[in-house]
Design a protein around this ligand. Structure first.
Ligand code: ATP
Ligand code: MG
Length: 451
């Protein structure tokens, strides 16, 4: 049997419901911040990622899916979202937009040839934001707050925000010199990758997963000692804005991040759950003030983050957080025989078009097994349609919870269901724990921590 490629997975059943719910929740949150959706191709010219992500990063040096298309063009399945969005920002001349900043969000699959393990796949999904056109630390804080608020909405309490500043070009080049001098006598103790990083981008050495625990790593010069006054000032303001939003964070001067393009602020949001290891990093991002220029656009500052869908679902499961997903249906329609089937199909169609979630018997079950099926589907009502109903334009409808039965003129069916479903408390209770008495749906704002 042909099996799925290593490191990929199929989405179905309850997992599929969770994915859709989380996508919708993120979408409804990001709309409140007035971000616009931006979708870029899943493959791009290979060169984009070499320039955009950086030659010395793990992603570009060993994780990309590269191929030649039939026209012999070098293509790469996108390993991350930022480079493509920056390309799109430039190509669509969004820098000419008079109402800066340009605030965008995205969602989609990313591809990296990694060793698959818990929370690490070869095809995985990221939700993210990218903002262009402002260097204001307020925007760094807004971007961090979006990720934090998303986790908060979900009721995830055990998350930790770690932030650091990588400084501007001037700070980075001073720091680079310091690292070169520091690591020079220790090169024989570092792994071969780090020896290569030494020549190309010594900052990467600090992000090495192999050499991470060596003492020489712990004693390495700290970025914070090399920040310019401007960078220090920027970082202080980001922290002040986070404080003003009640967002707690830890300043972690070992945080470097795996991508080459960051300047000043970098951050990660981590699940604070014992035993999650490297997969506990849920979200990562930062500021990239030279990326637009590197990819060929006019100098434009940018800031953004990407968060992993799979790791989020893992952490929600580990924290026993159940999502407020409606599982039941409104109505289950039972046609009593072949003759009434097309009439039942028509009634079903009209109800679906009026906004009800309706299921029909396609299996020609007998009445008893139809009622069993109705229970399996957790339906609120069951409609029984026989020849008498069809001839006289009414429906026999049974409340599947109270078992009360009514005969309703077909023309009033929509009103009937509207009234019954609206009035009775069929919704699950909100799980926010705030005693808010709402039904946990996201289309109103009762102020509890679900909205
Ligand atoms: P890691 O250090 O775990 O490899 P990274 O620095 O490569 O992460 P980013 O490129 O910053 O990660 O991606 C942001 C987020 O995307 C991560 O925090 C994680 O949630 C998710 N992510 C990254 N790689 C994978 C993967 N292979 N499978 C699943 N999720 C991933
Ligand atoms: Mg990685």
């Amino acid at each position: 049997m042909i099996q799925k490629p290593k490191g990929t997975y199929d989405v179905f059943g309850d997992y599929g419901k969770k994915v859709l719910y989380l996508e919708m929740l993120f979408q409804s949150l990001i709309e409140k911040y007035n971000y616009e959706f931006l979708r870029t191709p899943i493959f791009e010219a290979t060169e984009l990622f070499h320039r955009g992500v950086g030659e010395t990063t793990d992603i570009v040096s060993k994780e990309t899916y590269d191929f030649l298309d039939r026209g012999e063009r070098k293509m790469t399945l996108r390993p991350e979202g930022t480079a493509g969005i920056v390309r799109s920002f430039i190509e669509n001349k969004m820098y000419g937009n008079p109402s800066m900043p340009v605030k965008t969000w995205y969602y989609g699959p990313m591809f990296r040839y990694e060793r698959p393990q818990a929370g690490r796949y070869r095809e995985f999904y990221q939700l993210g934001v990218e903002v262009f056109g402002t260097d204001d630390p307020l925007m760094d804080a807004e971007v961090i707050s979006i990720a934090v608020n998303f986790y908060k909405l979900l009721g995830l309490k055990d998350v930790k925000v770690r932030i650091n500043s990588l400084g501007d070009s001037e700070s980075r080049s001073n720091y680079r010199e310091a690292l070169l001098a520091y690591f020079k006598p220790h090169l024989d103790k570092l792994c071969s990758d780090c020896n290569e990083r030494y020549g190309k981008n010594p900052l990467r050495i600090l992000d090495c997963k192999v050499d991470h625990d060596l003492d020489i790593m712990k004693n390495a010069p700290k970025m914070s000692d090399y920040l310019s006054n401007e960078s220090i000032n920027h970082f202080e303001q980001v922290k002040d804005y986070l404080d003003a939003n009640g967002i707690s964070y830890i300043v972690d001067d070992t945080l470097v991040r795996g991508l080459d393009y960051y300047t000043n602020t970098v951050f990660e949001v981590e699940a604070d759950i014992p035993g999650f290891g490297a997969n506990s990093v849920l979200c990562a991002g930062g500021r990239y003030n030279h990326l637009v220029e590197n990819i060929g656009g006019p100098s434009t500052p940018g800031v953004g983050f990407a968060l992993g869908m799979e790791r989020l679902i893992n952490v929600l499961e580990a924290s026993n957080i159940s999502l407020n997903i409606e599982n039941g249906i409104d109505l289950y329609v039972i046609p009593m025989n072949e003759i009434v089937k097309s009439y039942a199909f028509d009634v079903t169609n009209k109800l679906r078009m009026s906004g009800f979630k309706v299921e029909l018997d396609y299996m020609n079950r007998n009445l008893k097994s139809n009622f069993k099926q109705a229970d399996r589907l957790s339906t609120k009502f069951v409609a029984i349609i026989g020849e008498d109903e069809m001839a006289n334009d009414y429906i026999t409808i049974k409340n599947n919870i109270t078992k009360e039965e009514d005969k309703i003129d077909t023309a009033y069916l929509v009103n009937y269901l509207d009234e019954k479903i609206g009035q009775e408390d069929y919704h699950e209770e909100c799980t926010c724990g705030d005693d808010c008495n709402c039904d946990g749906s996201h289309n109103h704002d009762c102020g509890c921590n679900h909205h």
